[in-house]
Design a protein around this ligand. Structure first.
Ligand SMILES: O=P(O)(O)OC[C@@H](O)[C@H]1O[C@H](OP(=O)(O)O)[C@@H](O)[C@@H](O)[C@@H]1O
Ligand SMILES: [Mg+2]
Ligand SMILES: [Zn+2]
Length: 185
């Protein structure tokens, strides 16, 4: 496997966490995210988003709602000269999923399924890749997939995670992500 990927959680890393966000009008990109993704793409990282979307399984919004928002988000990135290789999402929830969505899915973070799928689809060397998340479940997904570098970014609602995290790095925001490349954080 020859490619390296920057795996990105969505809510809380790409955009401000709004609890089951699905409306374009409520989507707010996090300050600095365009510059940092542009930089990582320029140094050869595939940009791959891996997001839990149990709001679908809970019946809060539909797959169509999610895809409309996702396509809008990808268009914004494109206008900023940024190519997102793919968005992987997991609509399931083990307890609160409705009907077929009630499932303990290998693809729902902390499961590694979405990252492993990306690795086989795009020839990604997981050991050379980076996982960035705002929750410990994101970090666990990276560790379970064998990702070489895991980064927890601070957000309003993850103080508990930060204390006990297994992440290699904790950053105040994604703006500081370049520092993990030198290892001097
Ligand atoms: O891109 P993310 O951060 O994987 O998306 C998280 C949201 O889908 C949703 O996740 C959590 O809900 P579940 O535990 O998956 O039901 C909550 O943290 C919500 O606040 C998030 O919006
Ligand atoms: Mg998140
Ligand atoms: Zn998450």
């Amino acid at each position: 496997m020859k490619n390296k990927a920057l795996f990105l959680d969505r809510d809380g890393v790409i955009n401000k966490e709004k609890n089951y966000l699905f409306k374009i009008s409520e989507f707010e990109f996090i300050d600095g995210v365009f510059d940092i993704l542009r930089y990582f793409e320029s140094i050869g990282y595939l940009l791959i988003i891996v997001t839990n979307q149990s709001g679908i399984g809970r019946g809060y919004y539909t797959v169509k709602d999610f895809l409309i928002l996702s396509n809008w988000m990808l268009q914004q990135f494109k206008e900023e000269g940024i190519n997102i290789t793919k968005v992987y999402y997991s609509p399931f929830h083990p307890h609160f999923g409705i009907n077929n969505y009630k499932k303990d899915s290998f693809c729902r973070k902390p499961g590694p399924g979405m990252l492993i799928k990306a690795s086989s689809e795009f020839g990604v060397n997981l050991g050379d890749s980076i996982m960035v998340g705002d929750k410990e479940s994101d970090i666990e997904a990276g560790l379970n997939a064998g990702v070489g570098t895991t980064v927890l970014v601070r957000s309003g609602n993850n103080i508990g995670d930060i204390r006990g995290t297994r992440a290699n790095f904790i950053l105040p925001s994604i703006k500081e992500l370049k520092t993990v490349l030198t290892g001097r954080v």
